[in-house]
Design a protein around this ligand. Structure first.
Ligand code: AMP
Length: 187
């Protein structure tokens, strides 16, 4: 099973991705988490990514694409994966197609978790208190929402056209949303 999980900041993407990957028994590949780990370890990649993340901007496609190509070539991703937060731009969609056709595979499902702006903002402000992520400040949250709308939302039309997209309501308890996601991939 090869699944892409999309959703605006605050939709609960990370939490749900973790649960779904476990249920599908595939590796959970989160580009945001890989970047954060690199920032914490002060690697070259982390230093590069940090300036964009702090501003709520996307890390440039060349950097992100190279990282994902490397990760998808690892053994554990050979029989399936759950991509969390990638692709996020049209150029990344093309790159993912290229990577997967090189590996002789393709995506099975693209799921977008949806939620209204007020719920998203409330969740992000709550997460800011709990996790203290560097990109959960008021100004950066707003920027990340705008970036999602402009750069990532258009991807849903591309995947809908290909018959791969399912939109799942992200409002509800973690368990409720998780159940909807499982139903969406089993469909
Ligand atoms: P996330 O944890 O998925 O919300 O990602 C946190 C941050 O990492 C994003 O706001 C971006 O700065 C960066 N990032 C994660 N995934 C990507 C991606 N596919 N393309 C560019 N930047 C990304």
């Amino acid at each position: 099973m090869r699944v892409v999980l999309m959703g605006p900041p605050g939709a609960g993407k990370g939490t749900q991705a973790e649960i779904l990957a476990e249920q599908l028994e595939v590796p959970h590949i989160s580009t945001g988490e890989i970047f954060r780990a690199n920032v914490a370890a002060a690697t070259e990649l982390g230093r590069e990514a940090r300036k964009y993340m702090e501003a709520g901007e996307y890390v440039p496609d060349e950097v992100t694409n190279a990282m994902v190509a490397g990760r998808l070539a690892e053994d554990d991703a050979a029989s399936g994966f759950l991509l969390d937060g990638y692709p996020r731009t049209l150029a990344q969609v093309d790159e993912l197609d290229r990577i997967l056709s090189g590996l002789g595979t393709a995506i099975d499902h693209v799921i977008e978790i949806t939620a209204d702006v007020h719920s998203l903002a409330a969740r992000l402000h709550n997460r800011a208190k709990v996790e203290g992520r560097m990109d959960d400040t008021e100004k950066v949250i707003k920027r990340r929402m705008d970036v999602y709308r402009k750069q990532t939302e258009p991807l849903t039309a591309v995947y809908r056209e290909r018959g791969l997209l399912t939109q799942v309501d992200g409002i509800g308890s973690v368990e409720e949303v998780s159940k909807r996601l499982v139903e969406a991939v089993e469909d």
